[in-house]
Ligand binder design. Structure first.
Ligand code: MLT
Length: 271
């Protein structure tokens, strides 16, 4: 069930189902909680699964002033996730599972809300910050979508997100993601691009992560490649590392069965 929560002056749309240990799913850019549907439908039978639409995505409104340069920082989104848990009266520490931008949010959650964290699952993400060129590309994209809408991003981005076999054998998933990107509010997309452009490099901080951690990457991830994710796992004490075959950047959506088993086994191991 999706709930509308009012937190301070902001509205959030949050999927919340099931009971048991809580897994908080944090989506990637420029998507919504729906990217986790393959996890939510299955794992809700054993766990409480909570999946917010981050500010400016899905049915959660963008920050005010996005047209005039406002940004959604990774820290703000992590604070939003913490506030969502409070609003749902979830007091026990959760396992946070974040993909890509959701992983950038996870780092900030782990840094600033560590008391609420039982474990971390990082899917297809990065610990490094942007190069100046990459940050500039994000700022340009922000200006572009505010002027022209999201169609060009929706056309271009799916090519980079999936494994070859997904494009060939599961074109409906690619089409679904294209639709989600097209429906994303330009203000939300722009604000998060500005936020990601200035996100922190957390590589030297990774050894301080003190909760059990699982790192998952699609073999053909072109955005957060296997070697980069292996380096993240190597830097986090005791982290487990798993490569999902026949998957790209959207491993949980491309290979839900395998990723669900990894998540369930990991959460069970914390009991
Ligand atoms: C994502 O999937 O969330 C994006 O690839 C993150 C990014 O643009 O760095």
């Amino acid at each position: 069930m999706t709930k509308q929560l009012t937190i301070g002056e902001r509205e959030f749309s949050v999927y919340d189902e099931g009971s048991g240990p809580t897994i908080l799913f944090v989506h990637g850019f420029p998507l919504s909680h729906a990217m986790w549907r393959g996890q939510l439908e299955t794992l809700k039978t054993r766990f409480r699964v909570v999946a917010p639409d981050l500010r400016g995505f899905g049915d959660s409104p963008p920050p005010t002033g996005a047209d005039a340069g406002a940004k959604s920082t990774m820290r703000q989104m992590a604070d939003d996730c913490s506030a969502v848990l409070d609003a749902l009266q979830i007091a026990a520490p959760v396992v946070l599972c974040g993909l890509s931008m959701g992983g950038y949010v996870a780092w900030q959650f782990a840094k600033h809300h560590s008391g609420k964290l039982r474990g971390l699952i990082l899917c297809d993400t990065k610990a490094a910050s942007d190069t100046p060129e990459a940050a500039e590309t994000r700022r340009k994209m922000a200006e572009h979508v505010l002027k022209h809408g999201t169609s060009a991003v929706a056309e271009a981005m799916p090519a980079k997100l999936f494994a070859k076999v997904t494009h060939k054998e599961k074109p409906e998933i690619v089409a679904e993601i294209r639709k989600t990107i097209e429906a994303t509010q330009p203000q939300g997309l722009a604000a998060s691009q500005r936020g990601m452009a200035e996100r922190e490099d957390v590589r030297t901080w990774l050894p301080q992560i003190a909760v059990p951690t699982l790192v998952i990457v699609g073999r053909e991830d072109a955005i957060s490649p296997v070697d980069e994710m292996r380096a993240i796992a190597d830097a986090i004490p005791g982290a487990k590392f798993h490569v999902v075959e026949q998957a790209g950047h959207m491993a949980p959506l491309e290979q839900p069965g395998e990723v669900n088993s990894l998540i369930a086994d990991f959460v069970d191991s914390l009991a």
